[in-house]
Write a protein that binds this ligand. Structure first.
Ligand code: NAI
Length: 384
C-alpha cells in the first residue's frame, strides 16, 4: 500500500520514516520546498545513525530512502491507500488540505489526521466522505514512541478504525482507541502532572527544583519543570490553554500565571537559554535539599491528581482502563499506569488526598471522580 504524509515537519518526517522502513512506497508532501529539503536531509542523517548503531544495514537504509519521494504538489497523494496529515495545528488549514486530498485519492483510501488538540470530527467536518477519516495521533519522536492514539470522529466507520489499527500494529506500534474528546488520553491526563506541580510552586510550597527532585524519586524520568523547559513553555502552555478552553474552562486544567509570565518574558526553556532553570555553559543547577515530608506532599498531591483524572477519563468513556495505562506508559513514559498505580496505593487513599485538598481550597478543581468512589466502595472492579 502506498502511503502519503502531508507535512514534512517534525512529525510528518517521522511518520514518513516509519512507513518507508516498513516497506511502503511513501510520499511526503509539504507546501515548503525548503522544508522538504530539510526533511530529506534529516531522514538521511537519522538513517545513517541507525546504520552506525547496527540497527539497520546499509542496504536497508538505501532501500528505505529510495522508497520516499518528496513533493510540493498534493496531487502526489493519488494512488495512496492511507494519507496521514501532519501539517500545522490549524483547523482551517487542515480542512483545506482534506478537501484537496479527497479530490485526488480513491474512495477506498483512508485519511488520517495527526492532530493533537483539534477535534477529529471538526477536521473531518467539511469532508465529503467523513466515514473514512480518523485521528492517528503519534508521539514525538514518532519512530521511537510506541503509542498511537486512534480517534474515530462522529461519522467514522468501524472498518476505518480497524484498518488504521492494523496498519499501526504492522508498523510495530501499540494503538489505543480513544473517544474524540479534548487532549485524547495522554495530553489530557498529563495536564495534571504539570498543572498540580505548577500549583504547588505558585503557592510557594516548593521550588521547581524541589518538585522535579520529588517526582523523579517517584519514578518519573524527568520532573515536570525540566520537562516543560525541554518541550518549550510556549508549546506546553498552548496545549494547556487549548485543553482548558475545549473543556469549557474546567478548573482542573487551568493554566498557571507562573507559566504565562515566563512565556511573556521569552523564557521558553532550553531553546531560549532560560525557563524555570538557566541553561548554557556557566548555568548552575539549583541545589536541592528536600526533606521527606515535603517530598511526600509533592508526590501525594501530583500523583493523586493524575490517578483521579485517569479514572475520570474511563468514567466518561474516553478509553478503557487498560488503554489509559498503556497510553500513559507508552506515550509519555510514566513509571506506572495511573490506574494500576491507584489500585496499588488504594482508591480510598486517593479519595482522602483529593478531599483534603478540596476542603482546604474549596475549589471545583479538587473533585473526586464518581468512578473512583465506585471503585473505592467495590461497586465496580476493573479486574472483573
Ligand atoms: P511542524 O511545524 O514541524 O511541521 C508542519 C509542516 O507542515 C511544516 O513543514 C509546514 O511547511 C507544513 N505545512 C503547513 N501548511 C501546509 C499545507 N497547507 N500543506 C502542506 N504542508 C503544510 O509541526 P509538527 O510538530 O510536525 O506538527 C504537525 C502536526 O502534528 C500538528 O497537527 C501537531 O499538533 C501534531 N503533533 C505534533 C507533535 C509534536 O510533538 N510536535 C506530537 C503529536 C502531534
Amino acid at each position: 500500500m502506498r502511503i502519503a504524509v502531508i507535512g514534512g515537519g517534525t512529525m510528518g518526517s517521522g511518520i514518513g520514516q516509519i512507513a518507508a522502513t516498513h516497506g511502503h512506497q511513501t510520499v511526503i508532501v509539504d507546501s515548503s520546498k525548503d522544508q522538504l529539503k530539510r526533511s530529506k536531509a534529516g531522514l538521511q542523517k537519522i538513517l545513517a545513525r541507525l546504520v552506525e548503531k547496527g540497527r539497520l544495514t546499509r542496504d536497508e537504509s538505501v532501500a528505505t530512502l529510495d522508497r520516499i519521494s518528496f513533493s510540493t504538489d498534493i496531487e502526489a497523494t493519488s494512488g495512496s491507500g492511507l494519507v496521514v496529515e501532519a501539517i500545522i495545528e490549524d483547523l482551517a488549514a487542515k480542512q483545506a488540505v482534506f478537501d484537496q486530498i479527497e479530490k485526488h485519492v480513491d474512495s477506498s483510501a483512508i485519511i488520517a489526521t495527526n492532530t493533537s488538540s483539534l477535534s477529529v470530527t471538526s477536521v473531518a467536518g467539511s469532508c465529503k466522505e467523513p466515514q473514512r477519516v480518523a485521528g492517528m495521533h503519534f508521539f514525538n519522536p514518532a519512530p521511537v514512541m510506541a503509542l498511537v492514539e486512534i480517534v474515530p470522529g462522529v461519522a467514522t466507520d468501524e472498518s476505518t478504525i480497524n484498518a488504521i489499527m492494523n496498519v499501526a500494529r504492522s508498523w510495530g506500534k501499540v494503538p489505543v482507541v480513544v473517544k474524540d474528546t479534548p487532549g485524547f488520553i495522554v495530553n489530557r491526563v498529563a495536564r495534571c502532572f504539570y498543572s498540580e506541580s505548577l500549583r504547588i510552586v505558585d503557592e510557594g510550597l516548593a521550588t521547581p527544583a524541589e518538585v522535579d527532585e520529588a517526582l523523579r524519586s517517584a519514578g518519573f524520568r524527568m520532573g515536570p519543570f525540566e520537562l516543560m523547559d525541554l518541550i518549550g513553555n510556549d508549546i506546553n502552555l498552548a496545549v494547556t490553554r487549548s485543553v482548558f478552553a475545549a473543556f469549557h474552562f474546567d478548573q482542573r486544567y487551568k493554566p498557571s500565571f507562573t507559566q504565562e509570565r515566563l512565556v511573556e518574558a521569552g523564557r521558553l526553556g532550553r531553546k531560549s537559554g532560560s525557563g524555570y532553570f538557566m541553561y548554557g555553559d556557566d548555568a548552575e543547577k539549583p541545589a536541592v535539599d528536600l526533606g521527606s515530608s515535603k517530598a511526600a506532599m509533592i508526590i501525594d498531591r501530583v500523583v493523586a491528581m493524575i490517578i483521579n483524572d485517569a479514572i475520570d477519563t474511563v468514567f466518561w468513556g474516553v478509553a478503557s482502563p487498560g488503554d489509559v495505562d498503556i497510553a500513559m506508559t507508552k506515550g509519555v513514559n510514566y513509571p506506572r499506569g495511573p490506574i494500576e498505580w491507584g489500585k496499588e496505593i488504594g482508591y480510598p487513599v486517593i479519595i482522602e488526598r483529593i478531599e483534603s485538598l478540596r476542603s482546604r481550597y474549596m475549589e471545583d478543581r479538587y473533585r473526586v471522580s464518581p468512578l473512583l468512589r465506585d471503585l473505592a466502595s467495590n461497586q465496580v472492579d476493573f479486574d472483573g
